[in-house]
Design a protein around this ligand. Structure first.
Ligand code: ZN
Length: 341
């Protein structure tokens, strides 16, 4: 058996190694996000990648993702993690403060430097004292038996008024909160869930323009990007209809079973995210791809974006993202074309 001094020495060394590996992990995560590796290998976000792909709990995953993003903004975080003046937990807490308060690099850096060597508790108090924006309400869910989970949330007066109104409308002033939520959530899901495929007779397909526009808004404006190339052939794409029939839409959704169809070619790992599914062309619309179910896939936003990057390159996509929020504003073409010069 080794002596106490030796044991202590080796434990100190192990702790040092642990700190170095935390930093190493964060540096890897930076690259995984920058290069969109998480999407390539089949995950819909950095959070899902860290939780499901790397096997951390939800809390651990959000801590690591938050810390990684602060490390990107403030490289000094690396020194803090290395010398132990900051921990993963303290960096994650600083990260959410920086994001909430929308601090710039300079302000974030001085915050990191002045909060070195604080315990989690005193750091929390310090940040509360500095906060201009009210910190988010705490939400907890705790499994209390095989069938039951206990939720704890803080709500505003307006929320309780909504609850009261639902109870009135349902004619039961004592309707349990869980029932109120259940009804509300079912209603939300009913409204948002992609429609189940319906049998349609030939010629019954109606030109529901609204529905098409809704999903095309988030799609890459392929015709516009192409147009900046200036070739006459590409103008053709403007004349073709982007309309996707209800039948093809329904067929795609039913094949996808409400889950993102992206899979990593090497591992076969399917994304399966049910979040914000969009129609994606296998052969891009601008390259003559047709609007039939065989040429359509249901993709989550991360994978829609990934295939656009693969198709058009990061630069154009960055231009596109800057413009995405105002799809109707006039200077779009000019700016995309400018970005290409
Ligand atoms: Zn996906």
């Amino acid at each position: 058996m080794i002596g106490h001094e030796k044991l202590h020495e080796e434990t100190v060394m192990a702790a040092k190694r642990e700190k170095t590996s935390t930093l190493e992990l964060l540096n890897f995560l930076l690259q995984v996000e920058d290069r969109r590796t998480f999407a390539v290998v089949g995950y819909d976000s950095m959070f899902t990648y860290v939780r499901d792909g790397l096997g951390y709990s939800s809390a651990q995953a959000s801590e690591r993702v938050a810390a990684m993003r602060l490390l990107r903004k403030v490289p000094e975080v690396a020194d803090g993690l290395k010398d132990g003046s900051h921990t993963l937990t303290s960096v994650a807490k600083l990260a959410s403060h920086v994001r909430r308060e929308n601090l710039d690099r300079v302000a974030a850096t001085s915050l990191v430097l002045e909060t070195a060597n604080q315990t989690t508790e005193s750091l929390e108090k310090y940040l509360l004292g500095m906060a201009q924006v009210e910190p988010p309400k705490v939400e907890r869910s705790k499994i209390i038996s095989a069938e039951l989970t206990r939720l704890t949330i803080d709500v505003e007066e307006e929320f309780m008024n909504l609850v009261k109104r639902v109870r009135e409308l349902r004619g039961n002033p004592a309707l349990p909160l869980s029932e109120v939520f259940r009804h509300a959530m079912k209603e939300e899901i009913r409204k948002r869930e992609p429609k189940a495929p319906r049998e349609m007779k030939a010629g019954q397909v109606k030109d529901d323009a609204n529905e098409t526009v809704a999903e095309d808004e988030v799609r890459l404006p392929e015709s516009e990007l192409k147009q900046s190339g200036g070739s006459g052939v590409e103008f053709q794409s403007l004349k073709r209809s982007r309309y996707i029939s209800m039948r093809d839409r329904a067929k795609t959704h039913s094949r996808a079973n409400g889950e993102c169809e992206y899979f990593h070619p090497q591992t076969g790992k399917r994304c399966g995210s049910g979040f914000g599914l969009q129609m994606e062309h296998v052969v891009p619309f601008a390259k003559g791809g047709v609007n039939t179910a065989e040429n359509l896939r249901a993709y989550c936003p991360a994978h829609n974006q990934l295939s656009a990057v693969v198709e058009y390159g990061t630069e154009k996509m960055q231009g596109f993202h800057r413009l995405k929020k105002s799809p109707t504003s006039v200077p779009i073409r000019a700016r995309i074309a400018g970005g290409e010069a």
